[in-house]
Design a binder for this molecule. Structure first.
Ligand SMILES: C[S@@+](CC[C@H](N)C(=O)[O-])C[C@H]1O[C@@H](n2cnc3c(N)ncnc32)[C@H](O)[C@@H]1O
Length: 424
């Protein structure tokens, strides 16, 4: 069928749904946009989020002069139009609208294809649709709704990954457009994988927004890697020549940040979209000593033994993709490591009831009866959560692999005491 006919058909139907779905909200004057955006991005600032600080600084400077506001408006036009005509941005920023109205995404896909090949195929009707949804005076328009929802809700108390995901996505892309334009392409490629994950992968983490952040790419992430590493204070346990394994390496940002501290690092990750993200970031940053392997950790057999292993919130995964008992998991890590090697272990919820459910580490004493047969506890501490409303403080333990398994060893670890030990 002629693609223009398909678009027209979708467009006609879309007009009707938009009219029905319009919820009258406050209109936003174009002079207010910069202030509205500032209110949004100033929420939830984090110490090591350099990109966000730069964005806030830039927007404040822009808002203080007429020329600055004019420059803002120019970039904003480009930014908002791209958001509405690129499927990954549209889907991540308007999740409810896209799931309620399947044709919305189809329309955006068509527009994105057209603009790539020939702008002349953008009919006046489609241009009207784009314009009306970008118009902040249009109280039913998609952008009016987005800005007001982001402005009127607080990501630190919203209680939902869906909202946090929209908030961070919006802010990260703004960083790309306003302060780090060299990152626009790589961000677009990374978020394209988030979008593919949303469509194709059941049980993505954090509503498909990156779980791990990486300031180098202006991706805030739910867990900012740089800050996370500072909190763990692990540098003295790693050597330049170490061969390291990261189990469940997710989007690879944590492994890539570790790569500069060690000889080489392998990330094993089950989810192929996350592996794609890791490889995109690795290539962009020109990191050559990291390798990402799509595999089920349970089945995977490595070529060599490791000096250090990271098991960060991975001994039971809430996506249900890790199908192995706790002792088998620990025993497998033991076999992959050199004697004396270091295991970095991050818990799930140590405040849980200890009934063995997914993510419940209230039974960590029982689990450490097992762990200590294979590893000796070197030190541990509680580490504050990055999203108080959505996650809990985690226990971080550093362990050393024993020469041999010691079946009759007495456990030294005590969860009740460990839960009280915060060191900053
Ligand atoms: C809670 S996340 C932790 C990610 C990472 N370790 C961190 O702390 O930043 C769990 C990760 O394990 C991955 N995963 C789940 N089952 C897996 C399996 N069987 N093999 C490898 N990775 C798995 C998930 O896709 C996800 O990226």
């Amino acid at each position: 069928m002629n693609p223009l006919l398909v678009i027209k058909r979708i467009f006609d139907r879309r007009q009707k749904t938009t009219e029905i779905a319009s919820v009258p909200l406050k209109s936003i004057d174009s002079n207010e946009v910069i202030h509205c955006v500032l209110v949004i991005v100033e929420r939830f600032t984090r110490e090591y989020d350099v990109a966000q600080s730069r964005l806030i600084g830039k927007l404040r400077t822009m808002s203080s002069t007429e020329a600055g506001v004019e420059e803002f408006n120019k970039i904003w036009q480009e930014f908002s139009r791209d958001m509405l005509t690129t499927p990954q941005w549209t889907y991540l920023l308007f999740p409810d609208e896209c799931s309620e109205d399947k044709e919305l995404l189809e329309l955006v896909k068509k527009i994105s294809n057209i603009s790539a090949h020939s702008k002349s195929l953008l009919t006046p009707q489609l241009e009207d649709w784009i314009r009306s949804n970008l118009d902040l005076q249009n109280t039913g328009g998609l952008f009016n709704r987005l800005l007001l929802e982001l402005k009127n809700n607080d990501p630190t108390t919203c209680g939902s990954f869906k909202f946090l995901s929209r908030f961070h996505t919006f802010k990260d892309i703004l960083c790309g457009y306003f302060v780090r334009p060299e990152l626009k392409v790589v961000q677009r490629t990374i978020f394209h994988q988030c979008y593919l994950q949303r469509i194709n992968w059941k049980q993505g983490y954090c509503f498909d927004y990156p779980y791990q952040g990486f300031d180098k790419l202006a991706v805030s992430g739910v867990k900012p890697t740089e800050e996370r590493l500072l909190r763990y204070e692990i540098d003295s346990f790693l050597k330049n020549e170490d061969k390291v394994l990261d189990i469940g390496s997710n989007g690879g940002f944590f492994s890539l940040a570790l790569a500069e501290k060690v000889g080489s690092i392998d990330g094993v990750e089950y989810n192929p979209y996350l592996i794609q993200i890791a490889n995109i970031a690795k290539d962009y940053l020109g990191i050559s000593n990291a390798r990402f392997i799509v595999a089920d950790f349970v089945e995977w057999i490595p070529e060599d033994k490791y000096d250090a292993v990271f098991s960060m919130a991975n001994h039971c995964t809430i996506d249900g993709n890790l199908s192995v008992g706790f002792e088998d998991y620990i025993a497998k890590i033991f076999t992959l490591m050199k004697p004396g090697g270091i295991l970095f272990f991050e818990s799930h919820n140590v405040f849980g009831p200890g009934e063995g459910g997914p993510g419940d580490d209230g039974d960590l004493d029982i689990k450490f009866d097992i762990v200590e047969k294979y590893f000796e506890v070197v030190q541990h501490k509680m580490v504050k959560t990055f999203v108080p409303d959505l996650d809990v403080d985690k226990l971080f333990v550093i362990l050393q692999r024993r020469e041999d398994v010691q079946h009759n060893v007495q456990r030294t670890f005590n969860l009740a005491k460990a839960k009280l030990h915060y060191d900053y």
